[in-house]
Ligand binder design. Structure first.
Ligand code: PLP
Length: 371
């Protein structure tokens, strides 16, 4: 699905040098590269504060922790996402309220959010799924009207641009009150282990998050908050500094792969190519097609037999997972999520795909539907 080796081969000497420098400096925790990476990412994202942390799940948890919510307060998010998004809400003693996505963009349905708002709702967590922004302008309007926080889960959209109605743009993760991301190796900006970050233009939020991520400590051995240990390793920061320089080029290459797939599938009515929203650039963390007529699993098997990897993101709706049975949702509550889980298939997608690889994959997908 991704080719991290090809990427390493292209930048190997730069990466090796970055790692070696950290080894020689022995500044493994909070070394200079961490601060430099945060500053460089701030500049790239046009955001006032980047606070790095240990992973994308921690980033979400830190962001929601500082909102001062009370047990039972409701946080609305999408049913069609990675589990981390609702897990942190549940862990903090808050109530995850899940809603269906839009069937076309896979992103949270603003209409569904509107209907789910109650007097207990305190925050909305839109996820910019597969590399494309949710409809943030509508979400922010709704949030403002009801006095809600908006925490963007931008783990899959590092570098995507949201396009406002007036034509201005902002980076995914910098539109709401706080944005979060992950540097898991396969993400658009990935390190060689775990890593994550929080974006915010609010100085007070940034200070609080920075403190809590480091044991609740602003001044050494003085603890103002109950904190956790969630830091980005210096070695990972050094690797990310090298990769950040190439991020725009990686995202452009992904878009070109998607364009080639789109073109190849243009006349195939048995599948739907990913919808591109007018209000967002798409950086194709995943290239996800939809297959009607219940043939998705059959296609996946066919591709397996041709040694073409493909993945189902996500195979099961979150509301049917055992861990969340206590929320009391029923099987038929989320028709859009339920049908997406049966229809979606993500094809190989990474910046180093060769034309022959794309052609081979597309040809075999088309071949399957001729049968
Ligand atoms: C990857 C991901 C996360 C979690 O990131 P980790 O770094 O693996 O903890 C959260 N949300 C979404 C949507 C993700 O894709």
């Amino acid at each position: 699905m991704v080719d991290l080796r090809a990427q390493y081969d292209k930048m190997g000497s730069e990466i090796d040098y970055a790692i070696k420098s950290v080894l020689l400096s022995t500044a493994f925790i909070k070394g200079p590269d961490v601060k430099l990476f945060e500053e460089e990412l701030q500049e790239y994202m046009h955001v006032k504060n980047v606070v790095s942390c240990a992973n994308g799940t921690d980033a979400l948890q830190l962001a929601i922790t500082i909102l001062g919510l009370k047990p039972g307060d409701e946080v609305i998010t999408t049913n069609f996402t990675f589990i981390a998004t609702i897990e942190v809400v549940a862990l903090l003693g808050l109530k995850p309220v899940i809603v269906d996505p839009e069937p076309g963009t896979f992103n949270i349905s603003v209409e569904a959010v509107r209907k789910a708002i109650t007097p207990k709702t305190k925050a909305i967590v839109p996820v910019h799924l597969f590399g494309q922004c949710a409809d943030m302008e509508s979400i922010m309007e709704l949030a403002e009207k009801h006095g809600l926080f908006v925490i963007e889960d931008a783990a899959q959209a590092t570098g995507a641009d949201y396009i406002f109605k007036n034509g201005t743009t902002k980076k995914a993760g910098t539109i709401g009150h706080i944005g979060t991301t992950s540097f898991f190796p396969s993400k658009n900006l990935g390190c060689y282990g775990d890593g994550g970050a929080i974006y915010t233009n609010d100085e007070a939020f940034a200070g609080k998050i920075r403190s809590i991520a480091n044991h609740g400590m602003k001044i050494r051995y003085h603890y103002d908050d109950v904190g956790v240990n969630s830091r980005l390793d210096t070695i990972q920061a050094a690797i990310l500094r090298v990769k950040l320089k190439h991020l725009s080029e990686f995202n452009r290459a992904r878009r070109e792969v998607a364009d080639s797939y789109d073109k190849a599938f243009a006349r195939c009515s048995s599948l739907a190519v990913p919808e591109r929203a007018s209000y967002s650039s798409h950086i194709f963390h995943q290239y996800t097609i939809k297959i009607k007529d219940g043939r998705r699993d059959e296609l996946k098997k066919f591709l397996d037999s041709k040694k073409i990897p493909s993945m189902v993101y996500y195979p099961g709706p979150l509301h049917m997972q055992n861990a969340y049975a206590y929320l009391g949702y029923k099987e038929g509550d989320f028709p859009v999520t339920t049908s997406l889980c049966k229809e979606v298939l993500s094809l190989p997608m990474h910046p180093d795909m060769e034309k022959e690889q794309i052609d081979y994959i597309a040809l075999n997908v088309l071949e399957f539907f001729k049968k």
